[in-house]
Design a protein around this ligand. Structure first.
Ligand code: NAP
Length: 489
């Protein structure tokens, strides 16, 4: 079938999934640009000890490629990366990958109805359709702490783990206590001579109901695929019917507080020290930040050489982290578990649409996109895992598959030789975004009383989808041509 030509930037769960779907739909003129040397996105980059999925793997995988032999309910990072590599191989998309190629700029040529792309190496190329599949969590965030550049020890971010640096016998500072830190702290704590976790706000951490799957289970899954589908459905319903509504509706938030707080409290009982227990107890509503799951994070804090410090970090010296109470915590290693620049979306790719307007211009008041996918004035441009498509509970892979189906429809519409380009109507985008922001106002993410990466500048929520995964699927199931301007040649 061939065209239109499609350029996809990024080969994580989203870019890879789209490439596979396009191939299966018969499109062959596609290129996946990947700055690294292999597929996998965050699952290639986050190799920290203990890195694993925190959504059950039977749901956190493509619906079209169930894996019957996940080793655990929450698969470890190497297994997820192996799964993605195998998908690329099996569906024949590796031949469309251009590894080691970073796209730095994309400019729309309205006369030709094409995107002109420039790579970091200075090469240029063009495509009819541009898809950004860079994710929300690909650019590590390192806080600008005074003195950090003068630190004389070893410093790295959790998403750029320095595996050559042996932590045995080291005095280690961990900045942050988010989803990544609760996974790697229990792994590195037994090795370190001293470990200090610098915590700004405490987290709600629930029990991780992880377990190893027996071989028999894999065999049964293979023999009776319906069993695995039922397992996937069960997890889906747990998120969709129970957890998600509780995060979204004010009434649900009350139920959540009453029941799940009690559950988390039992976990915190595993912390022996009363003072530590106190500082680990959040004062905001459960779900306001992403709910974390771990069965060993709190326990690792019981170790005699592990401390949690809540006094804010004021500066770093050549050999210490200094906190506001005046204490200099001497360390030789600092690990930043400080998350990602989640609101950069397509950065550092500079995207220029109609009339020379950049995405930065369009997003001066914050990122927004119709269904998280399209932006007015940026024709033939689609985003995956774009603004407001994150889920507070559930599987982002389910959201990505909804986006994939929508983008495939759009590309089919662009096959019409009469059509030069399609551009979402500004009025459609504004009405969608207004309604979305209104709905987000009542959710626990906006009103739960915490600071989190969901909120930009502590105000606008440009991250989360305020509905169920099924509602998003319904909204994206069929592309309404009336939402777009189809400009003819
Ligand atoms: P995160 O959840 O954003 O946590 C960052 C941590 O760093 C927070 O504790 C934050 O404190 C702290 N922090 C940030 N800036 C700081 C500063 N200037 N000084 C002191 N502390 C600072 O980051 P993450 O743990 O890397 O996780 C990010 C996201 O990745 C997660 O929400 C999740 O979506 C995803 N993730 C998923 C998995 C999985 O299994 N699927 C695993 C890991 C991560 P505050 O809380 O006070 O802001």
């Amino acid at each position: 079938m061939g065209g239109p030509s499609v350029a996809i930037v990024g080969s994580g769960f989203s870019g890879l999934g789209l490439a596979i779907a396009l191939r299966r739909a018969g499109f062959t003129d596609l290129t996946v640009f990947e700055r690294a040397d292999g597929v996998g996105g965050v699952w290639r980059e986050n190799t920290y000890p203990g890195a694993a999925c925190d959504a059950p793997s039977h749901l956190y995988s493509y619906s079209f490629e169930p894996k019957h032999d996940w080793s655990r309910r929450f698969a470890p990072q190497p297994e997820i990366l192996g799964y993605l590599r195998e998908c690329a191989r099996k569906y024949g998309v590796t031949e469309h990958m251009r590894f080691g190629t970073e796209i730095t700029a994309a400019e729309f040529d309205a006369a030709a109805g094409r995107w002109n792309l420039r790579t970091a190496g200075g090469e240029t190329c063009a495509a009819d359709v541009l898809v950004s599949a860079c994710g929300q969590l690909s650019r590590p965030s390192v806080p600008a702490i005074p003195g950090l550049e003068a630190f004389g020890g070893t410093l790295f971010h959790s998403a750029r783990w320095d595996h050559g640096h042996d932590l045995a016998g080291r005095r280690v500072a961990v900045v942050g206590n988010g989803a990544s830190a609760v996974q790697f702290v229990p792994r590195i704590a037994p090795e370190a001579a001293k470990l200090t976790v610098f915590q700004r706000e405490p987290q709600w951490v629930g029990w991780k109901w992880d377990r190893r799957y027996p071989r028999l289970r894999s065999r049964l899954n293979r023999r009776f695929p319906v069993l695995q589908r039922l397992s996937r459905l069960g997890v889906f319903l747990w998120f969709e019917a129970l957890l998600n509504p509780m995060l979204i509706s004010p009434r649900g938030r009350k139920v959540l507080s009453a029941h799940v707080r009690a559950l988390c409290r039992t976990t915190r009982w595993s912390v022996r020290d009363k003072q530590t227990r106190r500082i680990l107890t959040p004062g905001y509503e459960l779900g306001c930040k992403r709910v974390l799951v771990s069965s060993d994070y709190y326990r690792s804090l019981n170790l005699p050489h592990v401390d949690v410090v809540t006094s804010p970090i004021t500066r770093v010296t050549s050999d210490a982290v200094v906190t506001a109470d005046g204490t200099a915590h001497e360390v030789d290693t600092i690990i930043m578990g400080t998350g990602f620049r989640s609101h950069d979306f397509v950065a550092p790719l500079r995207v220029t649409g109609l009339d020379g307007r950049t995405l930065d211009d369009a997003w001066r008041d914050g990122p927004r996109a119709y269904l998280g996918l399209t932006v007015a004035g940026f024709p033939n441009f689609f985003m995956m895992y774009g603004p407001n498509t994150n889920v507070g509970s559930g599987s982002v892979v389910h959201m990505l598959e909804s986006q994939i189906a929508y983008i495939v429809q759009a590309i089919r519409a662009l096959r019409d030789p009469e059509v030069l380009y399609m551009d979402v109507r500004e009025g459609v985008l504004s009405a969608f975004d207004d309604r979305l922001q209104q709905r987000l106002g009542g959710t626990v993410w906006n009103a739960g009383g915490c600071t989190s990466w969901y909120l930009r500048d502590g105000r606008r929520n440009a991250s989360n989808w305020p509905g169920s995964m099924l509602a998003y699927r319904r909204r994206t199931r069929s592309l309404d041509p009336a939402d777009y301007r189809f400009v003819k040649r």
